[in-house]
Design a protein around this ligand. Structure first.
Ligand code: CUA
Length: 354
């Protein structure tokens, strides 16, 4: 009875571990299935160190088993003191030199990869995006293309793209597990790294530094598109002008409310007022209706958007929008939502790539 209970417990334990670990693999969120240069370099190093460590583990375990089985005292064996080997120069040399060799095997490729990833000498030849971390969202300035957007980062496939990272408030960390390693986002200096994605699609990005109560909701998406789609998207973004949108009456009233209530002073809704290096107070909403998520994690549906406008604090604790605008009536919320859901500059969207 006791034994079967123990077996059952072991079974339960192992199966729950299995369940837990099997949930770790999400194709566009895992560093273990690299889809970009930085992630691929990391994966090679992970494999190398795992192989070396497995080798060490096996050697130690095999030696231990041999010693236990072969040299154990059997019935009737005389009591003897084994040959003492302390101070043996040969043995000391062996177990000093082998670990040094193993460390060198791991260290050389690691240092080479680190220097390769930190080499930014060709930065001026490539697309540069200035990324600003905010509690709890990301702002992107496409430096050469001269426009800005937030949250969904669009990049062309198989192309080197430089991201220059800085924060407006506390420390964050920029991480796209499937595509690149992570890099700290500091307030006092710009950290630069390049990313290069090998496959089109939508990838998860994460803030990897505990930065406040909504740190875990500081997600973003990286939309990797073909070169033609990227050009199309850039053109669509640059020419997007809300004053030229054909809006129905409700959305038109929403647009007026958006300005009247002061939302416009924190949130841009098109790319027409671009001024270089200017970081806004709130996320750029230029492609709000094309976003895969808003507030980091919510689907941009009408219901979610209205919930958000009613009480952002409930959905994202510690966000800076809470309490900055007076109470909105249900009618006003509806109108503003109808306006925001018209902000769709391009046919190239996250949805079209999923
Ligand atoms: Cu930003 Cu965590």
């Amino acid at each position: 009875m006791q034994a079967s209970l123990r077996k059952f417990r072991t079974f339960l334990f192992l199966s729950s571990i299995m369940l837990l670990l099997s949930a770790c693999g999400r194709e566009n969120l895992t560093a273990l299935e690299p889809k970009g240069y930085g992630a691929e370099q990391s994966m090679k190093l992970i494999l190398l160190t795992t192989i070396v460590m497995t080798f060490v583990f096996l050697v130690v375990i095999i030696a231990l088993v041999i010693v236990i089985v072969r040299f154990r005292k059997k019935k009737g064996d005389p009591v003897v003191t084994p040959v003492q080997v302390e101070g043996s120069k040969t043995l000391e040399a062996i177990w000093t030199i082998i670990p040094i060799i193993l460390v060198v095997i791991m260290a050389v490729p690691t240092v080479v990869a680190t220097f390769q990833l930190a080499n930014t000498s060709d930065q001026h030849k490539h697309i540069n995006i200035d990324v600003t971390g905010h509690q709890y969202w990301w702002h992107y300035e496409y430096v050469n293309e001269e426009f800005t957007t937030s949250q969904d980062l669009y990049i062309p496939v198989n192309t080197k793209v430089y991201v220059n990272l800085i924060t407006k408030d506390v420390l964050h960390s920029f991480w796209i597990p499937s595509i690149s390693g992570k890099l700290d986002v500091n307030p006092e200096n710009i950290n630069t790294m390049f990313i290069e994605a090998y496959e089109e699609g939508v990838y998860f990005g994460k803030c990897a530094e505990l930065c406040g109560p909504s740190h875990s909701l500081m997600d973003f998406k990286v939309v990797v598109v073909s070169e033609e789609e990227y050009e199309q998207w850039v053109n669509d973004m640059k020419s997007f002008n809300t004053d030229q949108l054909e809006l129905d009456t409700v959305a038109q009233e929403g647009k007026a409310l958006f300005e009247e209530k002061g939302c416009i002073s924190c949130h841009a809704t098109d790319t027409q007022n671009y001024s270089p290096g200017n970081t806004p107070i709130g996320p750029d909403l230029t492609q709000f209706a094309d976003r895969s998520r808003f507030a980091g994690y919510l689907e941009p549906t009408e219901e979610n958007l209205k919930d958000w406008l009613r009480d952002p604090e409930k959905l994202k604790p510690g966000n800076l929008m809470t309490g900055t605008y007076g109470e909105l009536s249900e009618d006003e919320i509806d109108k503003i939502a109808q306006f925001l859901l018209q902000l769709s500059p391009s046919k190239v969207t996250a949805e079209s790539k999923e």
